[in-house]
Design a protein around this ligand. Structure first.
Ligand code: ATP
Length: 551
């Protein structure tokens, strides 16, 4: 080789560790190479002894080999006269940078990272020649990693489509690929330098279809569960009624509807007052639906139905391990669940004093602290509270905090009792008959005027809930096509003494229970804790019995 001439790129002054030189005739046949060049050829599996065609893929393959070792390679072509003949010389110049020598070059780090963080990774150039190939991938398909570099990917990975993706630029995600008797799952992503397609990267996602199927099954199962819980959560925490569902045209009723609609526009805490069964819960739903929080959740909490020692955790949640039996991962409290929506605190008069203090703090600070928690969490919740008791009397008796009372009654709405709006009885009656006709599959042909008269004269201690019970009972006693006569009304509405029919013992006990509950509620003016005490039963049992008899 005629080497008097110094290759022009060396004039720049860069210190090259080694320069492999290949002299190529007609841009194809290798006619000579220096010692470094020979070594490189040998490492890439070619003998330097014989003359052979300089196939295009050798250069990238040689470069990849050098770069794998953590060195930089510089490819330079120049026309030289070799043995008196015009030849093209390839100079593959290898430099070791300072950082590379210390073993912490960015590229090295990147390669190490790829090697250690990915199970299987392959990179090809635009012609499908392997540029990078992780050891794990090589081990998995049982080929030699170093020997694979520079080869066409089809010679290395069976049934691959990497070379196609490197040409088409179209990504292939989670594709099945047969390797031996097995199927693997791979993803092939085109690689761009700016807008130029320069190759593709392949990732081995799963080493067998079993692994993938297990994951797929698990994902499917989880998805189903999430769908189920989402549905349940939404069903359980949504407002089911709006103002259109509230029946009644009386002046008293339309007045309070107007007030409630106005209140719905703001964010202030609302206190709903009214006897049992007047529709306080319906109002709470409707206010939420008409408010700007309608897209958020509506969470109902019956303060009387939750045992005292669980109330705090139920309302404010708890941290993992905060008490024996606490769920792993802790639990969200109702206030956190209601974040962005409305919380309806029913039977607020039954809230024990120690909880009243905590509720007051939430209303003032707008943040909650979980049981066993060390920090507080801000919540954006509108509070609607309701009670059928006189909070004022409870305050006087020292059973309700005055400061909380004032915090709650920012807007106070009184829902009138049914006896105070008798003109609503008829429309409600029609509405309820329709409802139970559909449920029971019965056709009510007419309503006896005396039935309406008796109902209007009745004092309805249980309000609309009681009217609903009366209608349901009547339709249950009717023939499939029948008229609503006074005979279908209960004795207390007709105002007659009980008849002498002998009832079964079970029925008599049931009636006695109903009477006892009603009496105690009357005596305690709706205070359920006191009513339960009078009857000598727990508040929870009392609640169960009330629910059973639909009080
Ligand atoms: N205006 C109304 N139109 C139609 N149905 C009503 C109306 N008001 C109440 N109801 C019905 O009456 C029943 C009792 O209503 P709701 O539970 O809202 O009363 P409440 O005042 O919250 O009772 P409690 O104080 O016992 O919790 C429900 O079945 C409800 O659907």
């Amino acid at each position: 080789m005629d080497t008097q001439q110094q290759p022009s790129f060396l004039e720049s002054g860069t210190e090259y560790e080694a320069t492999a030189v290949f002299a190529v005739r007609d841009d194809r046949d290798l006619i000579a190479s220096n010692e470094t060049g020979d070594q490189l050829l040998e490492r890439s599996g070619y003998s330097s002894q014989k003359e052979y065609s300089f196939e295009k893929e050798w250069i990238p393959r040689l470069c990849a080999l050098i770069e794998q070792a953590g060195d930089n390679v510089y490819v330079h072509k120049e026309n030289w006269r070799v043995n008196g003949e015009e030849s093209l010389l390839y100079f593959l110049s290898v430099t070791k940078q300072e950082a590379a020598l210390k073993g912490d070059s960015q590229e090295r780090k990147l390669l190490d990272m790829i090697e250690h963080t990915y199970d299987g990774l392959v990179m090809v150039d635009q012609n499908g020649y392997v540029q990078m190939f992780s050891q794990a991938y090589a081990d998995f398909i049982q080929v030699n990693q170093a020997e694979s570099i520079g080869k066409h990917v089809t010679e290395v990975i069976p049934n691959t489509r990497m070379h196609i993706v490197a040409k088409s630029g179209v990504e292939e995600t989670a594709q099945l690929q047969k390797v031996g008797n097995n199927y693997i799952i791979v993803t092939r992503t085109p690689m761009y330098k700016g807008s130029e397609l320069v190759g593709a990267v392949g990732k081995l996602l799963f080493k067998n279809i079993g692994q993938f199927s297990a994951l797929f099954r698990r994902l499917n199962m989880l998805e189903k569960e999430v769908r189920k819980y989402k549905g349940e959560f939404r069903d359980r925490n949504k407002a089911s009624y709006s103002f259109q569902n509230l029946i009644g045209n009386s002046r008293a009723f339309t007045h309070v509807i107007k007030q409630a609609k106005k209140a719905a526009e703001g964010n202030a805490t609302i206190l709903l007052l009214g006897e049992s069964g007047t529709g306080k819960e319906l109002f709470a739903h409707s206010i939420h639906q008409a408010s700007s929080r309608a897209m958020g959740v509506f969470v109902k909490v019956n303060c009387a139905a939750i045992p005292n020692d669980l109330l705090e955790a139920e309302l404010f949640g708890y941290e993992e391990g905060s008490f024996t039996g606490a769920k792993k991962g802790g639990k969200l409290g109702k206030f956190e669940v209601a974040d962005g929506g409305t919380i309806f605190l029913d039977e607020i008069g039954e809230l024990p004093l120690h909880m009243q203090v905590k509720l007051l703090r939430v209303l003032q600070e707008r943040e909650v602290e979980r049981v066993g928690g060390l920090t507080t969490k801000p919540v954006d919740v509108r509070v609607i509270a309701a009670t059928n008791q006189s909070l004022h009397s409870l305050v006087e008796k020292g059973e309700f905090r005055l400061d909380l009372y004032y915090r709650l009654k920012v807007i106070e709405l009184h829902i009138p009792a049914l006896r105070e709006r008798t003109s609503d009885i008829e429309p409600l009656l029609y509405f309820l008959i329709k409802k139970y006709e559909a449920i029971l599959g019965i056709e009510v042909t007419g309503i006896d005027p005396q039935t309406v008269q008796l109902l209007r004269a009745y004092h309805f201690p249980g309000n609309i809930r009681e009217l609903e019970n009366i209608v349901e009972r009547a339709l249950n006693l009717m023939n499939s096509v029948d008229s609503f006569t006074p005979l279908l009304l209960p004795l207390e509405v007709i105002g007659k003494e009980e008849e002498d029919d002998v009832l079964t013992l079970a029925a008599q006990l049931e009636e006695a229970e109903i009477k006892a509950i009603a009496q105690c509620l009357k005596r305690t003016k709706g205070n359920k804790s006191e009513a339960a005490k009078l009857l000598g039963i727990s508040r929870t049992t009392f609640y169960e019995k009330m629910a059973k008899h639909r009080f």
